[in-house]
Design a protein around this ligand. Structure first.
Ligand code: SF4
Ligand code: FES
Length: 367
């Protein structure tokens, strides 16, 4: 039976949770892994060998901030040797010309650079890091000068929703070929920051309209991937393309997760790449099997014509909002808790006066 489970396409390698920025919507867990115990270079290489053998095609090098790992170039080079497509997901802090050149020489294929806002002061405030905005401009220039295809990522919330369009234009000015505009998902650090981050319905709708108009205006100049806000949608998104279907995440300490927030689901035990092979984890671990397919679904989802489209939405969001990871995602209008969600939105939206709970880590990035 296990042999019929299709191979994963992508692997997200959370090389470290260390990061100089403190973004209040970070999807990392509240209990961040420290430097102590991070997988060593040789362990990552073994995991990557197993990933390639399993059928993985793309490796996303992420974190925290992956530039904080001194062996990043060696890891990229190893991926390239295995024929794996590599995508670096970075805040840009810690990048310099020498490192950009070394990454190009090692065979890095693509870079995704995050931005926090199109306004410098606001961007630095959201990142919790003075000078972040200016540094990202420099880094974008380094990345494009090396010939990397650049994607810019922007997360929309109450503080920057009015500049959603300006962020698309900034991405274009930075030389990006693609921009991903996504509204905050409420797990990880976004949960304690929900009241500060939640846009009003009017803010969210204005941002959606502006970005959709830019899709038409800038067609042919930049590709705009626009993920509309979950809380304002009728149906949930197909989180991770479905649990245990397409991708897996490896945490800095080696835990294998079906998604970045899976560790918040307390009754699941996640196997570690230090103890098991990636193939065993993908094919046999109870945690990956838990929400695969449709058998686990409740009646509402199991009988719904969208069950193979959105796979019941997001398990981590269902846990955070409904207290049950197997519940219909409350974003769905068919969920009995959807009304409660609308209440939360109305109560919390636009209350930005409280300071952010910044994501903080116990180490510095090397430069
Ligand atoms: Fe998706 Fe379940 Fe809602 Fe149907 S009922 S749209 S499968 S979340
Ligand atoms: Fe875990 Fe959506 S983030 S399933």
């Amino acid at each position: 039976m296990e042999a019929q489970i299709p191979a994963p396409i992508g692997l997200l390698a959370e090389l470290t949770h260390r990061c100089p920025l403190g973004c209040p919507y970070c999807s990392n867990p509240l209990a961040l892994d420290g430097r102590e115990g991070e997988l060593a270079t040789a362990e990552w290489k073994r995991v990557l060998n197993e990933a390639a053998a399993l059928g993985v095609l793309q490796v996303h090098l992420s974190g925290g901030e992956p530039l904080a790992r001194r062996d990043l170039v060696e890891i990229v080079s190893h991926c390239a040797g295995l024929g794996l497509y590599t995508n670096l997901i970075t805040s840009g802090i810690g990048m310099n010309a020498r490192l950009a050149r070394a990454l190009a020489d090692a065979g890095l294929d693509h870079v995704q650079l995050s931005i926090q806002d199109a306004d410098a002061a606001s961007a630095d405030k959201i990142a919790g890091y003075n000078g972040a905005f200016a540094k990202k401009r420099e880094v974008a220039a380094l990345i494009t000068a090396e010939g990397f295809p650049l994607t810019v990522n922007a997360v929309i919330h109450h503080a920057n929703a009015a500049r959603a369009g300006a962020m698309v234009r900034l991405a274009l000015a930075l030389g990006a070929r693609r921009v991903e505009i996504a509204h905050v998902q409420y797990y990880g650090w976004a949960v304690p920051n929900r009241a500060q981050l939640m846009p009003t319905r009017a803010e969210a709708e204005a941002a959606v309209t502006e970005v959709e108009e830019l899709k038409r205006e800038l067609a042919g100049q930049i590709v705009i991937d626009h993920v509309i806000p979950d809380y304002h949608a009728r149906y949930p998104k197909a989180c991770m393309g479905g649990w245990g279907r397409r991708t897996l995440n490896i945490t800095p300490l080696g835990k294998a997760l079906p998604c970045h927030a899976a560790d918040t689901i307390p009754h699941l035990a996640f196997w570690n790449v230090r103890d098991k092979s990636l193939a065993e984890i993908w094919q046999q671990s109870p945690a990956f099997a838990a929400y695969r397919g449709t058998a686990w679904m409740n009646e509402t989802c199991r009988t719904c014509e969208r069950r193979e489209i959105d796979h019941g939405g997001c398990r981590c969001q269902a846990l955070a909002l409904a207290g049950d990871a197997a519940a219909t995602d409350p974003v769905c209008y068919k969920s009995p808790l959807h009304g409660r969600l609308v209440e939360i939105m109305a109560l919390e939206a636009g209350r930005a006066e409280a300071p952010y709970h910044y994501r903080r880590v116990p180490a510095r990035a090397p430069v």
